[in-house]
Each structure stands twice: as C-alpha cells, then as structure tokens.
Design a protein around this ligand. Structure first.
Ligand SMILES: Cc1cc2nc3c(=O)[nH]c(=O)nc-3n(C[C@H](O)[C@H](O)[C@H](O)COP(=O)(O)OP(=O)(O)OC[C@H]3O[C@@H](n4cnc5c(N)ncnc54)[C@H](O)[C@@H]3O)c2cc1C
Length: 458
C-alpha cells in the first residue's frame, strides 16, 4: 500500500500515522533490538481506544500484517514488521492508582519505570520486570518474572482485567467474570488474542526495599551457586533474588581490575523489615570473597531502574530460554563453562527463581505453563557491534544446547527469539491445545500473528 492509502485511516484516528518519507519514520520503525531492521508500511501512534479499533479494522480489511508495540523490548522484534501496520502504544502511558482498593490500571504503552513511579507514590507495587524500559503489556501478557514473583506471583497472576480489541474490531473486557476464556489466555499467551488497550493489576505494599547486588569472581561459582540453590528452595518469600553470569560491570563498587572479567552475581530485593533483610543478605556476603557489593535500603522503583543505563535501546540482541526443575551441580558446571566466556559487557545470563507464590497458581489456572519448574533461565545476548553477531549468537545457541538436557522441556516465551517458533508447543506444554481453541474463537484468521504465534485450532 502506498502512503496515500493511509489517508482514509488518518481521517478515522486522532493519533499520528508515520509512513516512509516522514522525518520520524526511521525512529518510529526501530525497536529495542538494533538487529531488527524492518520497514512497516505505516506506524500508527495510537492516542485513543478508537484508534486501536480503527487500526485493527484497517489492517484486517486490507490483508496487512499487524504488529503491536508496547515497550518494544521483544528480542525477536515483534513490535514491528515489514510492509504492515504497527500500532505503537508509546503515547498511552497513563496509570490510574486506586490506593484504597490497592489496584492500578495502566494503559498499554506504559513501561515498568512509569508504572513503578506511579504506584510508589502510594507505597504500592506489583510484580514487574527488572529493567525500567520494558513494557508492561508485553511482559505481563507473556507471564512476567520479577523480584516480587516469589511473594506475589507473576505479573499475569496479578492481572485483574484487561481491555482488548479483538480481530473483529470489538472492544471486550477480559476478567475472571467476563470473557474468562480470553482472560485465561491473556495470562501467558502473549499478544495472540487481540490488541490490549489497558491492564488492571492488584498492588501490594512495597516501598523502600533492602536490595542490590553482590559480585564474585567466577572461580567462586560453586560456593555461591550451592548457597543460592539451598537458600532459594526455602527462603522467606520476602526475598526475590536471582543468580547471574556477566562480565564485571564498570560500576564504582567493583574495583577496576575486575571490569570485563567473568563474574557471578546475585541480585535481589527483600521486601520485609530491613534489619531482617540485612541478616538475609549477610550469608551472600559471607559465602565467598566478594569482589564488589552494593546492598542496602533502596526505593523499589530505583532498584528496578538501576541497570537501565547499561542496556540502552539499539543494542544487538539474541536470546534463548529454558525452564529448569533444579539447579544441579551439573547445571552449575554448564553455567561456569559458558560464564567464563560471556561475550559482551551487556550480555546477561540469569537464573530467575519462580517458586513461592508463582507456584501456588495451578498449571491450568492461567496459560503460563511450567508452574512446577523452579527456575526460568534467560540467556540474553546483547552487544554493541553487528560485527559480533555471528560469534555472540553462537555463544547463546551453544549455551542453550548445553542446558537443554537439564531443562523441563520448554522456555519462557518472553525470553525466546524468532527462530523458536517451531518449539512454541513445547513452550506451552499442556496448555497449548486450549490456547489454540481460544485463538480460533477470538482470532480465527490469525490477524495477530506477529508474535510467538499460537495457530488457531482447526
Ligand atoms: C532489557 C530487557 C529486560 C527484560 N527483563 C524482563 C524481566 O525482568 N522479566 C520478564 O518477565 N521479562 C523481561 N524481559 C522480556 C520481556 O518480557 C519481553 O521482551 C516482552 O515481550 C517485552 O514487552 P514489551 O511491551 O516491551 O515488548 P514489545 O516488543 O512491544 O511487545 C512484545 C510482545 O507483546 C505483544 N504486545 C505488546 N503490546 C501489546 C498490546 N498492547 N496488546 C497485545 N499484545 C501486545 C506484542 O505483540 C509482542 O508479541 C526483558 C526484556 C529486555 C529486552
């Protein structure tokens, strides 16, 4: 479709339509992953729900690909497409907090930095991502793993309702009491079922937490990994803490001689009384010689934006994921081997705990699968130069292959890449058939296919 074809759509919407030739076209077509170089026919910056309805109808009636962009963080770049229409929610960042009911409704372009800022004014929070620029919509619709997951469940477990424009252009609310099949599918099924315009969450009292990071040289990995494994199995749910492998970051609390060296880290957040938090963290300070640490009282929104400056938009990215039943000595051995060769300062390999409250939700209660897995592993390759793409992608793939024998059979959809489409059924386990049936009901023509795609059941 040429640019003129969008005039009819422009007359129907309040938001700006950006087509090739517009001065902001290149900025508008880009997403977080700098490796993605797609050229949509148009990007619609939606300003109202009416724009979303018009955009969905326009894409469907013209047989166009339709991409939905919340925070734009999808590693495979599902927030854009070639030759199609992008609905970009970036102008829709309002968050309405109801402090008495302890709920918040976020519009679909909200990032976790926006959300945490809004709710922290009332001393409240919900489970969200560990980086502030990640979108609330995409993260929640895929599940949502963060510091508060052990205490309060995944982000999707805190979803009370979502407003959705479905493929036929209808506006629906999905909740436990309305369109409950759609509500089930939205909690893990990603953007397969419609364009979500807002999300309502349960909030919890979380304000200044006791958290931070402890960094050790990689040679301490056995001691640290074993303590972490034993601790997290029964740790108080006030503690959300993950194990990670990085290059030593250039931060003031890590001596310069360790910058760029292979390190093992624990990063976490204690939401209980601070004196008890200090005691809980102490064992991680005592277990092995510490190369650097930054742990103490910190406002929850600050902890969730601490690492943002290291991960700007535009890095090359390639990710893989695995759910793990346990962090065995063999797994720690694999992590040590690949941790010794973390290929860039931005690459992050994290072992997130998903026990506690996240496991008290049944396997079939939401679309998010693998409620019995104890860890969700992200092998998040991120780096600056496209010249390193081949080597760094290989590191991610090799690491993933080495971990597979210890895995539960699938990985978290939000940590997967575009070449994982063939394993989508494995990633949903026993929930896939039900997802495909709900897809057939709400999107029989698979309009919403720019995602980890669930095909409509026949
Ligand atoms: C730096 C970084 C840190 C991360 N940290 C975490 C973390 O701590 N925890 C975690 O669980 N995940 C994390 N992730 C993964 C993250 O959950 C996924 O990348 C997620 O898809 C991002 O959502 P988004 O809205 O930013 O992405 P987008 O690229 O905008 O969208 C991603 C997917 O969501 C769908 N989508 C977006 N908006 C809508 C909408 N309005 N309606 C329907 N579907 C929509 C899209 O179709 C697409 O398939 C991180 C990713 C990055 C890059």
């Amino acid at each position: 479709m040429d640019n003129n074809g969008f005039q009819a759509l422009q007359e129907n919407v309040r938001g700006l339509i950006i087509t090739p030739g517009h001065p902001n076209y290149d900025a508008s077509r880009s997403v977080y992953n700098g490796m993605i170089d797609k050229r949509p026919a148009a990007v619609l910056r939606v300003s109202q729900v009416a724009d979303v309805i018009a955009g969905v109808n326009f894409a469907r009636d013209n047989g166009m690909d339709l991409a939905l962009r919340g925070g734009g963080h999808s590693a495979p770049g599902f927030g854009t497409c070639d030759g199609g229409l992008v609905l970009d929610f970036a102008d829709r960042t309002g968050v309405r907090v109801d402090p008495a009911a302890q709920t918040a409704r976020a519009e679909a372009g909200t990032t976790w930095a926006d959300f945490n800022h809004a709710t922290n004014a009332f001393g409240l929070a919900t489970t969200g991502g560990i980086i502030g620029s990640t979108g609330v919509a995409g993260l929640t619709l895929g599940g949502g793993i963060g510091y508060l997951a052990r205490k309060h469940g995944l982000s999707c477990d805190n979803l009370i309702s979502a407003d959705v424009v479905t493929a036929d252009g209808k506006f629906l609310t999905a909740s436990a009491t309305e369109n409950d099949d759609l509500f089930w599918a939205l909690r893990g099924g990603t953007g397969n079922f419609g364009a979500v315009t807002s999300l309502e969450f349960t909030l919890h009292p979380v304000d200044v937490v006791y958290g931070g990071v402890v960094i050790y040289l990689l040679e301490q990995v056995e001691a640290v990994g074993q303590l972490y494994r034993d601790y997290i199995a029964t740790a108080p749910e006030d503690m959300g803490i993950f194990l990670g492998f990085h290059q030593g970051p250039p931060v003031p609390f890590l001596p310069q001689e360790h910058h760029g060296k292979p390190v093992v880290v624990v990063v976490g957040c204690w939401t209980g009384p601070h004196d008890e938090g200090e005691r809980q963290w102490q064992q991680f300070l005592d277990v092995a010689p510490v190369a650097g640490s930054f742990v103490g009282p910190i406002p929850y929104p600050m902890l969730n934006t601490l690492f943002d400056p290291m991960l700007p938009k535009g890095l090359q990215a390639y990710w893989k994921a695995e759910f793990l039943p346990e962090l065995s000595d063999d797994v720690i051995g694999v992590a040590r081997k690949f941790g010794a060769r973390v290929p860039s300062p931005q690459t992050a390999n994290h072992y997130y705990p998903i026990n506690g409250a996240a496991q008290r939700v049944g396997q079939e209660e939401t679309a998010f699968p693998y409620r019995d897995a104890n860890f969700s592993v992200a092998i998040a390759g991120m780096w600056e130069s496209p010249e390193d793409n081949a080597a760094n992608t290989r590191w991610v793939r090799d690491y993933h292959q080495a971990l597979r024998p210890y895995g539960a059979g699938g990985g978290y959809v939000n940590f997967l890449d575009a070449d994982d489409q063939s394993s989508i059924q494995d990633n949903y386990g026993g929930n896939y058939a039900r997802l495909a049936r709900i897809k057939a009901k709400y999107d029989p023509g698979n309009l919403f296919h720019v995602n980890q795609n669930i095909k409509p059941a026949a």
